[in-house]
Design a protein around this ligand. Structure first.
Ligand code: DAH
Length: 349
């Protein structure tokens, strides 16, 4: 063996060791470059010295260099494959997305009915349980249903109790957004003969500037009873039954004389303050009572407009704010919360 052949064997042995020790494809490529990579690689340098040998030696040394190169290249290829496979596996593991993971949510994202809707449904249920039916009327009304049939002829001063939004339709100020649910009374009386026991919940509109207690769009529930022999006592008893059913057995009602054109006599009904249960507090101005709505015995002029004989029938009516009921029951201090669409508020109910 020539000295060159010894060197080839030494380079190969060292090279195979470094190939085996390479920890990454990148490192392996550097080792490969140094061993067999080009004119300046270890085996190329040995190859360049072949010229110094005589013919026989040159042949033998040439063969051993080629054989060494083949074995090194084979070892590189083998090691490269293993390293690449390992690196690929590591990358896949690192980039893995676990699509089966179940994310536990602390709050269910399912929606629910708005608090005002819940209050409306509950009030409906309560009256249905007392034998009432639920009626509806249009939100865009005529002046006749909203005012005139309710005993308020044109220019009647009581009309100023309701700041009205008019719709540009037909004759000027003939069509409007209903300012209360009372026109449904007329529509029901026109469409069915007594006995009538109905409640009519729905949206109402007034030209009001929003503040803590007012919105231009709000909700009322109207009640109407028409039958033979209906008295003011029936009205008071009905209001009391509704009050304790909705607000709780400790909450009671009282009626105070008032005026509405469509009822005679008329009353405001108040419920004992749910915050202090009637003892007197800041919310009720120390009176122990909070005003909730209006009511009274149906005025004979209203019966006449709706085609019902006031000699044969009598009746009572009432109307109050649904929004305000919900505010009282849930201690909500500003009606504007209902329409602010703040999920943190809505989620509480
Ligand atoms: N419609 C009245 C309002 O909006 C409330 C009202 C008062 C309704 C007396 C009635 C009633 O049915 O009899 O202010």
């Amino acid at each position: 063996m020539t000295a060159l052949a010894d060197e080839v064997a030494a380079v190969e042995a060292d090279g195979l060791g470094r190939v085996a020790a390479a920890r990454s494809v990148a490192e392996l490529r550097l080792v490969e470059q140094e061993l067999v990579g080009g004119k300046r690689s270890a085996l190329a340098l040995l190859n360049s010295r072949l010229g110094q040998l005589d013919v026989e030696e040159r042949k033998e040394a040439g063969r051993s260099i080629n054989a060494a190169r083949s074995r090194v290249q084979a070892a590189v290829a083998d090691r490269a494959e293993k390293l690449a496979a390992g690196e690929r596996a590591a990358r896949i593991e690192a980039e893995r997305l676990d699509l089966t993971e179940v994310i536990e949510r602390r709050h269910a994202t399912r929606g629910h009915r708005h608090l005002v809707t819940q209050a409306r449904d509950e009030l409906e249920d309560l009256f249905v349980a007392m034998g009432y039916e639920v009626a509806e009327g249009p939100e865009v009304e005529t002046d006749w249903y909203n005012f005139e049939a309710l005993n308020m002829p044109p220019a009647h001063p009581a009309r100023s109790m309701w700041d009205t939004l008019y719709v540009r339709l037909g004759a000027a100020e003939s069509t409007l957004l209903r300012t209360h649910t009372s026109p449904v009374q007329i529509r029901v009386m026109q469409s069915q003969p007594p006995p009538i026991y109905i409640v009519a919940p729905g949206r109402c509109y007034r030209r009001d500037t929003p503040d803590a207690r007012h919105l231009p769009v709000f909700h009322q529930i109207e009640g109407l009873v028409v039958d033979r022999g209906i008295t003011f006592g029936d009205l008071a008893g009905t209001i009391e039954a509704f009050t304790s059913a909705y607000f709780g057995p400790n909450i009671h009602s009282r009626l105070r004389p008032s005026f509405f054109p469509f009822t005679e006599p008329s009353a405001e009904f108040e419920v004992s303050c749910i915050f202090c249960e009637g003892r007197g507090c800041r919310v009720c101005s120390q009176s122990g009572w909070i005003e909730l709505g209006g009511c009274g015995m149906v005025d004979p002029n209203v019966f006449a407009a709706a085609g019902i004989d006031p000699e044969e029938y009598s009746g009572f009516a009432f109307g109050f704010g649904i929004d305000r009921c919900a505010m009282m029951r849930h201690d909500i201090d500003d009606i504007r919360h209902f329409i602010a669409n703040d999920i943190r508020f809505l989620e509480q109910f």
